[in-house]
Design a binder for this molecule. Structure first.
Ligand code: A2P
Length: 328
């Protein structure tokens, strides 16, 4: 049995952590729920028991004995408090982007690079939601055919922008101005997720590029990305265009993905079967459809990948990392 802390327990992903720990019967001895000062004292329930939310501060961490700290409270909170949790012996599994590209911090998708948990130094990073869902699919194809180039185009749900993201969509449908997004998201598409960088890409796009290279252990892989926020409540969709090193048959790719861990092929255009955000919300696996040849280049392949960004894209992946740690 393990002592577990959730940091950011009152947030979107924090609540999903609790749901998933419960669903998967994670062996918990003591549970501690942390948030900011604003939510300290609030009550939350887990498995029928009531818990009081604790302020995230040094004193409230150093008096505990912890095995795991699951973080989803933004990058600044992670940078400040993850080292304090890891100092008292907890393994921090962090959902923010704060530690992902640190060479001393493994970045893990359990179906793809479980071996990387071995070299952690107290912090393991959970990849960005849009990166996570592409990985089980790309890993299978990379192992069999070799990836030459990857083009990501994403259609990302507002739940990825936290509670305020969801509120902006709900308010927008009633004509209320947005607070989180710079323009209305209701009835709109915003090619702008996270901040803009000097090279003209958004930080979200650069996360997808750099994290894919780190997880697949391929630092030179050619990748480009355009990430777009769409008026969908939950689950991200991605159009992924690939150029492979070897020739392939589409039927062999389908067979390969049918056996890939954590992947469900849902692809039958005659029966109008393809994954959508509404159909995959609540599911653990990554769904792939519209598998077809890109006939504009040699060895080109098009895919449509959809997953629940709060489950597999965030909370579930983090809990699976903790499960890997206890089963290793
Ligand atoms: P709080 O409820 O106190 O604001 P979301 O991304 O869904 O909005 O959730 C963010 C989560 O991170 C919430 O649980 C929020 O707690 C928590 N959080 C935000 N800022 C801090 C902070 N400075 N210290 C600890 N937790 C924080």
């Amino acid at each position: 049995m393990y002592n577990v802390a959730i940091v950011g327990a009152t947030g979107n992903v924090g609540r999903k952590f609790l749901e998933i720990l419960d669903e998967r019967n994670f062996p918990i001895k003591n549970l501690y729920l942390y948030a900011s000062k604003r939510s300290a004292g609030k009550k939350m329930t887990f498995k029928g028991n009531e818990y009081t939310v604790i302020e995230t501060c040094k004193e409230n961490i150093e008096d505990k004995e912890l095995d795991f700290a699951l973080f989803s409270a933004g990058g600044d909170t992670s940078l400040e408090f993850a080292p304090i949790f890891s100092k008292i012996g907890a393994v921090v599994i962090d959902n923010s982007s704060a530690w992902r590209m640190d060479p001393k911090v493994p970045l893990v998708v359990p179906e793809v690079n479980p071996e990387d948990i071995k070299w952690h130094n107290g912090i393991i990073a959970n990849p960005n939601c849009s990166t996570i869902q592409a990985m089980p699919v790309l890993k299978a194809i990379d192992d069999a055919y070799g990836l030459k180039r990857v083009i990501y185009s994403t259609y990302q749900a507002v739940s990825g922008a936290g509670m305020q993201g969801i509120k902006d969509l709900e308010d927008g449908l009633k004509g209320v101005k947005p607070k989180k997004f710079p323009y209305p998201i209701a009835g709109n598409c915003l090619p702008h997720i996270d901040v803009f960088l000097e090279n003209g890409y958004t930080k979200e796009e650069m996360k997808m590029i750099q994290e894919t290279r780190k997880i697949l252990h391929n630092p030179d892989l050619k990748i480009t990305a355009t990430t777009v926020r769409v008026p969908v409540l939950n689950s991200h969709s991605e159009s992924i265009n690939l150029e492979l090193n070897k020739e392939f048959e589409v039927s062999d790719i389908v067979s390969l993905l049918n056996t890939a861990k954590g992947v469900v092929v849902y692809d039958n255009i005659e029966e109008l079967k393809y994954p959508t955000p509404l159909s995959v919300t609540g599911k653990d696996e990554v769904y792939v459809g519209r598998i077809r040849r890109d006939f504009s280049i040699d060895n080109g392949l098009n895919l449509w990948v959809v997953a629940d960004n709060i489950r597999k894209g965030a909370a579930l992946n983090a809990v699976q990392i903790a499960e890997l740690m206890i089963n290793k």
